[in-house]
Design a protein around this ligand. Structure first.
Ligand code: NAD
Length: 345
């Protein structure tokens, strides 16, 4: 069996508790991982003079894979978000956020199975903004052919690899004819290289309405940064909210897997937080590593424990703590894998 080296950033707030639960689950899946634990966030500022020490980046550059808990970004403190810093420094240009209905998780829909592919480096998030005198401010929306092409290619390659049928490009090219127009033009060009995958486009406001009315019609959503940020939270809401929403930031050289949610400081240290989103992020990581069987077992175990509903956290209607839910999922992973090997499968 391969032995992987994976950088682990437990994060702060509820991060360390959900990370401990995720590690127990991954160990039960029999994947041999050497965790390289590194620290980032406000708490390391005094020690390193930065919330994102160079050692963290060096470790991820070397291992090329990281599992990350949430990190608090103090409002107005002046230091830039560790999350944004990581994406920029490692050029993690693709943000992947699946939204898949899990039976037993309360939500308005039962049959959502889509994934938001968000461009992670350009658009209004490039950080090019300035004040114009006392009473005005400008922010520059940057869309490039290269940035649009690599995210479009990522979306189509992902669709092909995962057996998905259709990519929908999301834009506002009717108004922003040059920027969103370029994004849409490039998406169309890349689409023509993938005749086996359907392609369509939607204006972002219409997309929002369509998603809350008939989300089952969508498959892979290809979005520039800002629309992708907003739509991925909308899509998390379609399948039961932040507690169950996983994510990945992927670049050519490295990938960082993390839940969509933040550090939920009010639950820190209380053994209350739902570990599901981080465990499902670990499922994405296991698939990325090529550990398909382990990924399937963990995913199935999460579904089984949630469907059964006895050992789940408060947000899923239960009374279990983070640790208890993690241990229940780990036991179920072990049971599934034992059944499988006993059945020869
Ligand atoms: P949040 O996601 O931390 O929490 C919002 C609410 O969602 C919580 O109060 C809680 O009710 C619920 N929640 C979130 N995760 C949960 C879980 N695992 N189990 C159960 N309930 C859960 O959002 P926020 O309060 O806006 O942000 C808190 C901090 O996290 C901020 O400093 C923010 O900058 C940071 N943040 C970090 C990341 C990241 O590290 N990628 C992402 C988002 C926010």
């Amino acid at each position: 069996m391969s032995r992987y080296r994976v950088t682990c950033i437990p994060g702060d707030g509820i991060g360390p508790e959900i990370m401990a639960a995720a590690k127990v689950v991954i160990a039960a899946a029999g994947v041999d991982i050497e965790w390289i634990d590194v620290e980032a966030g406000a708490e390391v500022m005094d020690k390193y003079g930065t919330p994102l020490p160079e050692a963290v980046l060096e470790s991820i550059r070397e291992t090329r894979v990281a599992l990350k808990g949430p990190i608090t970004t103090p409002v107005g403190s002046g230091f830039r978000s560790v999350n944004v810093g990581l994406r920029k420094e490692l050029d993690l240009y693709a943000n992947l956020r699946p939204a898949v209905s899990i039976p037993g998780v309360k939500s308005r829909f039962e049959n959502v199975d889509l994934v938001v592919v968000r461009e992670n480096t350009e658009d209004l998030y490039a950080g090019v903004e300035h004040r114009v005198g006392a009473d005005a401010a400008e922010s520059i929306k940057i869309i490039t052919r290269q940035g649009s092409e690599r995210i479009a290619r990522f979306a189509f390659e992902y669709a092909r690899r995962e057996g998905r049928r259709k990519v929908t490009a999301v834009h506002k090219a009717n108004i922003m004819k040059l920027t969103d127009g370029l994004f849409l033009e490039v998406a169309g060009e890349v689409a023509s290289e993938y005749p086996d995958i359907g392609f369509e486009d939607r204006i972002v406001d219409n997309m929002c309405m369509q998603l809350v009315q008939k989300p089952e019609q969508y498959d892979v959503l290809l979005c520039p940064n800002l629309y992708g940020d907003i739509l991925s939270d909308l899509c998390a809401g379609l399948v039961g909210g932040l507690g169950v929403a996983p994510g990945a930031n992927i670049g050519a050289e490295a990938a960082v897997f993390e839940p969509v949610h933040g550090s939920a400081p009010k639950y820190a240290g209380l053994d209350k937080a739902d570990p599901t989103a981080l465990i499902l992020s670990a499922v994405l990581m296991l698939r990325h590593l090529g550990e398909g069987a382990a990924a399937r077992a963990v995913y199935q175990a999460v579904c089984n424990v949630i469907r059964e509903g006895r050992q789940v956290t408060y947000d899923l209607g239960g009374t279990a703590g983070t640790r208890e839910m993690g241990e229940a999922i780990a036991r179920e992973v072990a049971r599934l894998l034992t059944d499988q090997s006993a059945g020869g499968g």
